[in-house]
Design a protein around this ligand. Structure first.
Ligand code: OVV
Length: 416
């Protein structure tokens, strides 16, 4: 095990109240990230709340304890940052988000505008365009037969349809992924991965700032609607730009990795693919299972606003708590055969989109994109054959792949 340095003011394991189990693995190490699930099981078995020695914070990984933290935003706040960095004592790498890294009452105003723009009703208008693009993209890939499932579909699709919906110009979109990678690395520790990502970022920050400006957003887009909300006095014009930044931060890596994880799941579980292919009505439920089984957004933090007891453990004010939603989604005391990928599983609330007042505001558009891509595949693809091992993309907070060499075997249309 590596040397552990204790920061001043942070408890050492021997100073913890009795009964707080200590975990010594580093959830941000390549080794754990390669297959985190056995480590999460160890963590859940240790107790509903544990001490994470390497970082001097608590961690929760059980279904119940994760819900208890996320639904008590008064005790466990977001305004100190939802990463390991405490915004009260350390300077964040960019201006805090005005919807994510904020508490009520400030949160309520921005969230309301955001939720309306991303409501199922306003998303209806997008469905047809999203479907056309998915069908066109999938049929191009099927006729090529061999592709990279991640680059050519999981990345290409949201970079086209979601970025169009936000209102971005077609050029320069290659800046979106390095930027998103940074956003999600920054929720973890300032490790080599964080530093290298920041060093590579170059002109991407300036490009993002630029496209969040009103004059660069297309008519009728989410971005334009955010500025219209500013005209109506619901938010300021500067806040509108900040909320466009939120869409670009939260809306791409997440959906891209979810699509890639779905492709990996179905390439590895051909019988599960057959179920979806033969009954595409199950696509939406199948996406929930992908999100449960291999959650994209793995973890984030909350910060105690006061001395508070959680599952029998007394936490100090300002104490960070790691919330492992991906672990809660594998908790065998909540899910039967938790480690089995089964699209027929009765759909039940998984925590991939979080819960409580900060539950994902974009979850309906995320589900829409994934459902549409899955249905496009179901209508055209008999089998997904991996032509090699998928390449994992290491990021401190989101889990997904950077490459999946894939053969999409076309359905035999004769006689159908
Ligand atoms: C949910 C989420 C993830 C990443 C960034 C943001 C939100 C943001 O508000 O910028």
């Amino acid at each position: 095990m590596s040397q552990v340095d204790y920061e001043i003011g942070k408890a050492r394991p021997d100073q913890l109240p009795p009964g707080v189990p200590v975990i010594t693995f580093d959830p941000y190490s390549d080794e754990v990230m390669s297959n985190p699930y056995p480590y999460y099981q160890e963590l859940r078995e240790a107790g509903p709340i544990v001490w994470m020695q390497k970082y001097g914070t608590y961690a929760v990984g059980s279904y119940g304890s994760v819900i208890r933290v996320l639904t008590d935003h008064e005790s466990f706040c977001s305004s100190a940052g939802v990463g390991l960095t405490n915004f009260h004592t350390e300077t964040p790498w960019r201006k805090p988000s005005i919807i994510l890294e904020v508490d009520p009452p400030e949160h309520s105003r921005t969230r309301k505008v955001f939720s309306r723009i991303l409501s199922p009703r306003s998303l209806n208008k997008l469905r047809e365009r999203f479907e056309q693009e998915a069908h066109a993209m999938v049929s191009r890939l099927v006729s090529r037969e061999v592709c990279d499932g991640v680059r050519d579909l999981a990345e290409a699709y949201p970079l086209k349809v979601f970025a169009d919906a936000v209102g971005l110009p077609p050029d320069g979109r290659e800046h979106l992924l390095p930027y998103g990678d940074m956003v999600f690395n920054a929720f973890g520790p300032q490790n080599d991965r964080f530093r290298e990502c920041l060093a590579r970022l170059g002109p991407s920050i300036a490009w993002i700032t630029e496209v969040c400006q009103r004059e660069n957003l297309s008519k009728g887009s989410f971005g334009a609607e955010l500025y219209a909300a500013a005209d109506a006095g619901e938010i300021t014009h500067e806040e509108a730009g900040m909320l466009v930044r939120t869409m670009l931060s939260a809306g791409l890596d997440t959906t891209i990795f979810t699509l890639g994880n779905a492709l990996v799941c179905f390439a590895r579980h051909p019988h599960q693919w057959a179920i979806v292919r033969d009954n595409p009505a199950i696509a939406r439920q199948a996406i929930e299972e992908v999100l449960r089984y291999d959650s994209t957004f793995h973890s984030y933090y909350r910060t105690a606003t006061r001395p508070v007891t959680l599952d029998g453990v007394q936490l100090d004010k300002n104490q960070k708590i790691l919330v492992l939603i991906a672990s809660a989604n594998r908790d065998s005391s909540h899910w039967s055969s938790a480690d089995t990928f089964d699209v027929r599983r009765k759909p039940a609330a998984n925590l991939a989109f979080g819960t409580g007042i900060h539950g994902c505001a974009g979850q309906m558009i995320a589900r829409l994109e994934a459902e549409i891509v899955l249905k496009a595949l179901a209508s055209q693809v008999e089998r997904l054959e991996a032509l090699g091992e998928p390449e994992l993309h290491f990021n401190n907070t989101v889990r997904g792949y950077s490459s999946l060499p894939l053969r999409l075997v076309a359905k035999d249309r004769k006689g159908k």
